[in-house]
Design a protein around this ligand. Structure first.
Ligand SMILES: Nc1ncnc2c1ncn2[C@@H]1O[C@H](COP(=O)(O)OP(=O)(O)O)[C@@H](O)[C@H]1O
Ligand SMILES: [Mg+2]
Length: 270
C-alpha cells in the first residue's frame, strides 16, 4: 500500500460515521472503495472512481478488467460486496438499474442496449410511457410518444428511419446507441453510461456516436464511455481511468497523457 493510500485509509478511519468523503461532495458520482466478488472471482478490488459534473470519462481496460462490472455496480445492476456509491454527494443504494435511472443515470449496455422486439418508440419510453385518460380508462398515448420519439431521433441524426413502429431489431449498432443517447437527453439524465458503444459498428457510425457524446456534454451531461480503444475516445474524453485486473490502475487527465501512452498502460507495459 502506498503512503498516500495508507494516509487516505487512516483519514477514512478517523472520519466520523456517516461523514461524506470529499470526492463524493465534489463529484456527480463517486464509487468509494468498492469490491465486487462473484463467488471466488474478484471482479473489482477496492476500486474508487469518480465522475465530475459535466465531465466525459473514458473507462479503459483490457477484456475482463472489470469495466462492465464497475458500471453495473454504479447503476444498481449489482450490489457491491463492499464499498459505497454516492450520487450528487449523497450515499445511494440502488437495488436495480431502474432505481439509478430514476435518479438520473442512463445506461446503454454493451450486450443489451435495447429490447429487440419492441418498436423504436417503445424502446425510447421504456418504463416511462405516457398515458392518456379516456373516462375511467388509461391508454398508452402512442401518437404523442411516436411524435416525441421521432423528433428526438431526428435531433440525434437518426433521419432515415422508416417508421417509429418498426422494431429495433432492424437497426444498426450506431442507430441503437443514438436512441439510447437521445433518450438520456430527453429525460434529463445527469449521467450517461455507454458500455463499448463502438465495439460492433462501422467507422462512420463511430464518428457519429463520438459526436453525440460531445453534444451530450455540451447539453450539460456527464458521460462514462467504456472502450478498449484509446485512440477512439481520446479526443472526446476529459479524463481516463484504466482498470487492470479489477483495480484502478491509472487515472489521468487528457493534458497529462496521450493515446499511445494509454495503450501501453492498458497492455500493462507501463
Ligand atoms: N455475473 C458474473 N459472474 C461471474 N463472474 C463475472 C460476472 N460478471 C463478470 N464476471 C467476471 O469479472 C471479471 C470482469 O468482467 P467484466 O467486468 O465483464 O470485464 P470487462 O467489461 O472489462 O471486459 C471477469 O473475470 C469476468 O469473468
Ligand atoms: Mg465489458
Amino acid at each position: 500500500m502506498s503512503t498516500e493510500t495508507r494516509q487516505n485509509e487512516i483519514v477514512r478511519q478517523q472520519e466520523p460515521r456517516g461523514n461524506i468523503p470529499r470526492e463524493a461532495r465534489e463529484s456527480l458520482a463517486f464509487v468509494d472503495n468498492v469490491t465486487m466478488k462473484f463467488n471466488k472471482v474478484v471482479a473489482l478490488r477496492n476500486v474508487s472512481f469518480k465522475v465530475g459534473y459535466n465531465e466525459v470519462v473514458g473507462l479503459l481496460g483490457d477484456n475482463g478488467a472489470g469495466k462492465s462490472t464497475l458500471i453495473k455496480v454504479l447503476n444498481g445492476f449489482h450490489q457491491p460486496t463492499a464499498g459505497q456509491i454516492y450520487l450528487d454527494g449523497r450515499p445511494v443504494n440502488f437495488k436495480s438499474p431502474r432505481d439509478s435511472r430514476d435518479a438520473g443515470i442512463e445506461t446503454a449496455y454493451q450486450d443489451l442496449a435495447l429490447v429487440d422486439l419492441m418498436t423504436i418508440t417503445r424502446n425510447f419510453f421504456l418504463g416511462r410511457e405516457l398515458q392518456r385518460r379516456v373516462g375511467p380508462f388509461k391508454f398508452l398515448d402512442m401518437p404523442r410518444m411516436n411524435e416525441i420519439a421521432a423528433k428526438s431521433m431526428a435531433e440525434v441524426g437518426l433521419r432515415n428511419i422508416r417508421e417509429m413502429y418498426e422494431t429495433v431489431s432492424f437497426l444498426s449498432g450506431g442507430e441503437r446507441q443514438a436512441i439510447a443517447i437521445g433518450r438520456a437527453t430527453f429525460f434529463g439524465a445527469k449521467l450517461l453510461i455507454l458500455d463499448e458503444p463502438t465495439a460492433a459498428i462501422s467507422v462512420a457510425e463511430t464518428e457519429w456516436v463520438l459526436r453525440l457524446v460531445a453534444e451530450a456534454k455540451q447539453n450539460g451531461l456527464s458521460v462514462i464511455m467504456i472502450t478498449h480503444n484509446a485512440y477512439e475516445v481520446f479526443d472526446v474524453a476529459d479524463r481516463f481511468v484504466v482498470l487492470q485486473q479489477g483495480e484502478n490502475y491509472a487515472d489521468l487527465k487528457r493534458e497529462e497523457t496521450n493515446a499511445k501512452e494509454l495503450i501501453e498502460i492498458i497492455a500493462g507495459r507501463k
